[in-house]
Design a protein around this ligand. Structure first.
Ligand code: UDP
Length: 320
């Protein structure tokens, strides 16, 4: 039987590297491409001797031949608010030029294509929970717009390649995902709270902590992504993959404190501009189409992540 080949752009990022592992587990040969702007080689260290895996240091925005693939997963992009604020232009470039290049690669070799989109497409949503049919409430010129609009444009390009070039495309709208391999300093709420709790520092809750998020453990997220990737050529429109259990950020802080056994206190800080007040996926479509729903509750997922975060904190403290 022919071995399938997958290209994963952003393949050494947090989610991209977990996707590479899962694809290798499915029997794929995998090429991970990444320009290492926010991805880290440590995330693929364990694959160093796997002959079915290859890492290519390359910017997906650069035109060129990437080889022949059966599936192209376009996961390259800074993804945390701190990272895309620091790399705004690069974020817009990878969502535009990068998406064109990744789609051209898929078109040239007749590969299927999946674009990693985001719940940020819904902006600060006025519909709750968010269904895929909701068009969103995005500030097109605010500080988050470099990411939100890049991803919305990326969705538009992906749909256009499907409509005009008949590329077999999928769009996954990924909601807040967490787990091992997250960068401790990428500014996202769970690594921030873990870092602070494990070092006995106060947990920085932005605003009054009443804003909500729904946190999906990485193994659930990857399972949903793979199911969508494997699904028949019927659904080209976006599919939400995220955990529908909603927490306030204050509740999230308390869960991290309980998991780590920390005696830290809460310290309230200013809410960043355009910070969405609520976010929760409606996953009816994923349930219906893919038979998928997440299994790991926040308390269990935090426990599963604890060893990783402990190790990273210890390493950073040793170096400091
Ligand atoms: N947040 C917080 N303290 C932190 C980091 C984040 O209160 O140290 C809040 C942030 O304002 C947002 C939520 O946690 O309301 C989730 O932030 P994150 O950066 O993880 O991702 P987002 O969902 O905003 O993209």
């Amino acid at each position: 039987m022919k071995t399938l080949r997958a290209l994963v752009t952003g393949g050494v990022g947090f989610l991209g590297s977990h996707l590479c592992d899962a694809l290798l587990g499915e029997g794929y040969r995998v090429v991970a491409a990444d320009n290492l702007l926010t991805g880290r080689l440590a995330n693929i260290e364990h694959l160093r001797n796997d002959s079915r895996f290859e890492f290519v240091e390359k910017d997906v925005c650069e035109a060129g031949e990437w080889g022949a693939f059966d599936y192209v997963f376009h996961f390259a992009s800074p993804a945390s608010p701190v990272d895309y604020a620091a790399h705004g232009i690069e974020t817009l470039r990878v969502g535009s030029y990068g998406t064109f290049e990744a789609l051209e690669t898929a078109r040239r070799c007749g590969a299927k294509f999946m674009m990693a989109s985001t719940s940020e497409c819904y902006g600060d949503p006025l519909v709750h929970p968010q269904t895929e049919s909701y068009w969103g409430n995005v500030n097109p010129i605010g500080p988050r717009s470099v990411y939100d609009e890049a991803k919305r444009f990326s969705e538009a390009v992906t749909m256009a390649y499907h409509r005009y070039h008949r590329v077999d495309t999928r769009i996954v709208r990924i909601f807040n995902t967490y787990g091992p391999r997250m960068q401790i300093n990428d500014g996202r709420v769970i690594p921030n709270f873990m870092w602070q709790a494990l070092r006995g520092q106060n947990l920085t809750v932005y605003g009054d902590g009443s804003q909500t998020r729904s946190f999906c453990y990485v193994s659930d997220e990857v399972d949903g992504i793979l199911r969508l990737a494997r699904s028949s050529d019927l659904e080209h429109e976006p599919v939400n993959i995220g955990n529908p259990t909603e927490f306030t950020i204050l509740e999230c802080a308390r869960q991290v404190m309980a998991t780590t056994g920390s005696a830290s206190e809460i310290q309230f800080e200013a809410l960043p501009q355009d910070d969405p007040k609520q976010r929760c996926p409606d996953i009816s479509k994923a349930k219906r189409l893919l038979g998928w729903e997440p299994k790991v509750e926040l308390a269990s997922g935090l426990k599963l992540s604890l060893e990783y975060f402990r190790r990273v904190v210890a390493e950073k403290e040793r170096v400091a």
